[in-house]
Design a protein around this ligand. Structure first.
Ligand code: AP5
Ligand code: MG
Length: 210
């Protein structure tokens, strides 16, 4: 039986009232989501929320909610939808209180249901940026990062499971937003700066209205 997940009552009214633009950032493990988000933040001043970082912070906090997460993340599987969505909502509300003018939600949605639930409870995403990278490159990048990252999931066994989860659960997210005309597919095999150039070209089309 799935463990009971602690839920919180979160007042979404300030977030909905702010109605700031929201961008989903998706891609396989090691596709450069975090790297590109750092650059987007520096140029556009949006708020970057990585679902993986929020989950790792929750684990570090020693909360009962965090205690349930370690084993799931170390197995490369997906954390229950409600847990991730609650963490994202809480972080968004805090950022809105500080005057955020828009969000990059990195690593979310990882399954179609996550996107649907987010958009029905909060707001629709403006665009979904998808960093498209071959598996071989992903493995190479993550094994290189493993030398310094200290991340419990940066080892070859977990990397393989993360890739499997991406193919089975997250690839349908890409098709889903493509069919809605919201997907921006970016070949992310090149250099960080070349990829960022493509990101900027796409964001400039929509951020003039921010
Ligand atoms: P998360 O932390 O999101 O991990 P991930 O998706 O596996 O992605 P990474 O953070 O490892 O990579 P990245 O795409 O950010 O790439 P980066 O810029 O670091 O999630 C971890 C776990 O949490 C999941 O497995 C799951 O269990 C859980 N989880 C998270 N979100 C969830 C959700 N929504 N629902 C349920 N569970 C969830 O780059 C990687 C490396 O490559 C770096 O060393 C970087 O320097 C290098 N690099 C980047 N770009 C380039 C380039 N162009 N050329 C060469 N090297 C590059
Ligand atoms: Mg990341």
């Amino acid at each position: 039986m799935a463990p009971t997940v602690e839920r919180k009552n979160i007042d979404l009214a300030p977030l909905k009232a702010a109605n700031v633009p929201i961008f989903f950032i998706v891609g396989g493990p090691g596709s450069g989501k975090g790297t590109q988000c750092d650059k987007i933040v520096a140029k556009y001043g949006l708020t970057h929320l990585s679902s993986g970082d929020l989950l790792r912070d929750e684990v570090k906090s020693g909360s009962p909610r965090g205690a349930q997460l370690t084993a799931i993340m170390e197995s490369g599987a997906l954390v229950p939808l409600e847990v991730v969505l609650d963490l994202v909502k809480e972080a968004m509300i805090k950022a809105i209180e500080k005057g955020s003018k828009g969000f990059l939600i990195d690593g979310y949605p990882r399954e179609v249901a996550q996107g649907q639930q987010f958009e029905s409870e909060i707001q629709e995403a403006k665009l979904v940026l998808f960093f498209d990278v071959a598996e071989e490159t992903l493995v190479k990048r993550l094994l290189h990062r493993a030398q310094t990252s200290g991340r419990a999931d940066d080892n070859i066994d977990t990397i393989k499971k993360r890739l499997h989860t991406f193919v089975t659960s997250t690839a349908p997210v890409v098709d889903y937003y493509d069919s809605k005309g919201k997907l921006v597919r970016i070949n992310a095999e090149g250099s960080v700066d070349d990829i960022f150039g493509v990101v900027v070209a796409n964001l400039d089309k929509v951020t003039s209205k921010i």
